[in-house]
Ligand binder design. Structure first.
Ligand code: GLY
Length: 325
């Protein structure tokens, strides 16, 4: 018997992705195809400055993209890290598992692979992201931040910005009419990152994970923290133990918080979405980074052509809210 399709995406900008993903599912597309289409939509939107084209660059002014896609059918996954000058990185990630015997390609060789697969060389900077980089660079007071000159002679190491419009990674989960699951994650990563830095998004088990018999999960937020706790894998395993998707996300975040000192997550956030095999969905976030009105934790669920935007479910008290008033 056909299953009711479900599509879930992180953030307010995930509404558009969820709409496209659900439309594809309702037309009979596989979960994997729906994830790729929804990921591409966000990657190609120049207004989303944390994903794909228009994403904010690293400290050297170059956009480096991370993306991964995982299929519940066959338990297959592909990923790219630090991919430059290439659009639609989630599609390149898919080609990695479809066209090579490997799971992840990084840096210049990932770019060459993409070129050979027919993805043309592209400029990923928009005039807006370029301007923001120039403004940020002025604040670095001469530090050679692009070349790891981060020591005490510098006035400041590069700091990721905490601003209303610097939202985050898009994480995606889909359940298709066959009852199969897939997940995806795509991002330009932390703005002004040290060149070569790869976050959690393309790491299977951290940025995303799916088990076709249980459910899927995907993350957004401070990847350098989240990848230390394999939070997406833990979320799926929590669902296997019988937790609801929301409980499963919250427990994985509590685990991360328990393992890391408070200052590690005071100025940023971590959040997860999850989709269970039976179609139940959920999400949770750490309180500290994603509670300010400009950076509210939201995620979109589509079980029809009109996605619903959910808000909240925080798992820890945070000082950042108090600081911001
Ligand atoms: N979660 C995205 C990143 O930290 O790169």
């Amino acid at each position: 018997m056909p299953v009711q399709p479900v599509f879930v995406a992180t953030w307010r900008f995930g509404v558009a992705a969820a709409r496209v993903g659900w439309k594809r599912l309702s037309q009979g597309a596989t979960a994997l195809d729906a994830i790729e289409s929804a990921g591409n939509l966000t990657e190609e939107d120049p207004e989303v400055n944390s994903v794909g084209y228009g994403g904010l660059p690293n400290a050297a002014g170059e956009v480096e993209l991370d993306a991964a896609i995982m299929n519940g059918v066959g338990h297959c996954a592909g990923a790219v890290g630090g991919l430059q000058r290439t659009r639609k990185p989630i599609s390149v990630a898919r080609r990695v598992f479809e066209q090579t015997p490997h799971t992840m390609l990084v840096g210049e060789n990932a770019r060459k692979f993409a070129l050979r697969q027919g993805f043309p060389e592209a400029n990923l900077l928009t005039s807006q992201s370029q301007e923001r980089y120039i403004e940020w660079r002025k604040t670095q007071l001469g530090a050679d931040v692009a070349h790891f000159d981060l020591g005490p002679t510098n006035s400041q190491p590069p700091q990721p910005l905490f601003t209303p419009d610097n939202h985050d990674t898009i994480g995606l989960c889909a359940l298709d009419a066959n009852g199969d699951l897939a997940v995806g994650c795509t991002t330009s990563g932390m703005s002004w990152k040290v060149p070569g830095r790869v976050g959690d998004s393309p790491i299977i088990g951290s940025g995303l994970y799916v088990d076709n018999e249980i459910g899927g999960a995907a993350g957004t937020g401070h990847g350098d923290e989240m990848m230390k706790a394999c939070v997406s894998f833990r979320t799926v395993m929590n669902m296997e133990r019988g937790m609801t998707p929301t409980e499963a996300c919250a427990e994985a975040l509590r685990y991360l918080i328990r393992k890391r000192p408070p200052e590690a997550h005071d100025h940023y956030g971590a959040a997860l979405i999850a989709l269970r095999k039976d179609g139940m969905v959920g999400g949770a976030a750490t309180y500290s980074g994603f509670r300010h009105p400009d950076r509210l934790w939201q995620w979109a669920e589509a079980t029809s052509a009109d996605p619903v935007l959910h808000e909240g479910c925080y798992v820890t008290p945070g000082r950042i809210l108090e600081q911001l008033g």
